[in-house]
Write a protein that binds this ligand. Structure first.
Ligand SMILES: C[S@@+](CC[C@H](N)C(=O)[O-])C[C@H]1O[C@@H](n2cnc3c(N)ncnc32)[C@H](O)[C@@H]1O
Length: 378
């Protein structure tokens, strides 16, 4: 993010992936100077260089939190706050995951569930005190959510953030995953973690094996998708708190025994029992090596469709993993004229500033979502 400058085109041969084209910050970064003039509480955190460039110190938690607060308010009409030290989300980054799910839901790859409601229903595993995904999904797209968490502070503040937004409150429910009965499957994972001598850097193994879906998802409940920004690390030392940013985050938010691999494996294992309750299972993944490994686990678990993507997260790469147990549709693109095949598609939501590479990426996303192979060689 950088004070209101147009994002540089990144469509050269070695161009990194770009923000999702529908991300409202894809074409131009937030204008810090304009926001500072509108929101006096944000102004002290903005410095303007001799060249007139406005910037924010991302190593300052208070500055990062205030930026998130004003972006949610100004661009999304959302009232929001978190206590000191809790994980502070960056709005542009979190929006990419929401838009990727939107792509998955709108693709014809797998049919809708017969009993799905008109309003899209999502389940956010570990919604955090910031409750960012339900707030973004509800305000941007009118989706409804169940957000789960296990810590008192996350549950209390997620509820506060929902209640501060009466226009969204009917769409978001917060559930305590710790109140759910522990499944025997969860206990097995715990025992394995102990027997494999996985270090216990935070509280205890018990916290890490709190149920994901068992006892949290109600009988006969259905969701279009689940999403998760898991605790990525095995310890706070490993988290190493990037010195260039200060998104903070407590041990409960950032770490669990076995790290993201153990946490997402838990989701994969639970997804088998809940295969009929979700159209898409998804999770963010912090390490590329884990993405490959987890995608294999998903296939071993019997998923019929597996999708991956890369998210642009400032200087940090993150990946998305999605899977489903619903049988994919055959022949997604059909010809209306016998004997003649039309492969046509329409790209919507492109902005004037989108570069050629972004347009090609959108086409690639379309083809991949339709189970057709497409690869942009770089
Ligand atoms: C990295 S934080 C993500 C917070 C927020 N979703 C975000 O993107 O900023 C992970 C969250 O998962 C929660 N958590 C850990 N185990 C959980 C479980 N079994 N069920 C639900 N939430 C859990 C933690 O308390 C923490 O709030």
């Amino acid at each position: 993010m950088g004070g209101g400058r147009k994002r540089r085109r990144r469509d050269g041969p070695d161009a990194p992936p770009v923000m999702h084209p529908r991300n409202r910050y894809a074409a131009a970064a937030p204008d810090f100077a304009a926001l500072a003039s509108l929101y006096p509480s944000f102004a002290p955190f903005v410095t303007v260089s001799g060249g007139g460039r406005a910037s924010v110190d991302f190593t300052d938690f208070a500055a990062t939190r205030e930026l998130t607060r004003v972006l949610l308010l100004h661009d999304h009409g959302v009232n929001w706050w978190i206590p000191d030290g809790q994980l502070c989300p960056t709005v542009p980054n979190r929006s990419n995951y929401i838009h990727w799910i939107e792509d998955l839901l709108s693709s014809d790859l797998i049919p809708r569930m017969s009993n799905s409601s008109v309003t899209v229903r999502g389940f956010d595993i570990g919604t955090g005190a910031n409750c960012i995904y339900p707030l973004l999904g509800a305000s941007l797209l009118g989706w409804s959510f169940v957000g789960s968490d296990v810590t008192d502070v996350a549950l209390e503040w997620a509820k506060r953030n929902v209640e501060s937004n009466p226009h969204l409150a009917g769409l978001i429910e917060i559930r305590n995953a710790n109140e759910a009965p522990c499944s025997s499957k969860s206990e097995t994972v715990a025992e394995e973690a102990v027997s494999e001598n996985i270090p216990e850097p935070v509280d205890s193994v018990v916290r890490a094996i709190a149920p994901i879906f068992v006892g949290v998802v109600k009988d006969s409940e259905n969701f279009d998708f689940c999403m998760c920004n898991p605790p990525f690390f095995e310890s706070m030392e490993e988290a190493g708190l990037n010195p260039k940013t200060s998104c903070a985050g407590t041990a409960e938010e950032m770490a669990c025994p076995g790290g993201e691999q153990a946490f997402i494996t838990h989701i994969i294992e639970d997804s088998v029992s809940f295969k009929n309750s979700f159209r898409w299972f998804t999770s963010m993944v912090g390490r590329k090596a884990n993405l490959k490994l987890l995608a294999s686990k998903v296939r071993e678990a019997g998923a019929s469709v597996v999708k991956t993507t890369e998210f642009v997260q400032g200087q940090t790469a993150r990946w998305g993993l999605a899977w489903s147990f619903i049988a994919p549709r055959k022949n997604v693109i059909r010809s209306s004229t016998p004997g003649k095949v039309h492969h046509s598609f329409m790209l919507q939501g492109l902005r004037r500033g989108n570069g050629a590479f972004q347009v090609l990426k959108s086409a690639e996303t379309f083809f991949c979502a339709s189970n057709l192979s497409c690869y942009i060689a770089r």
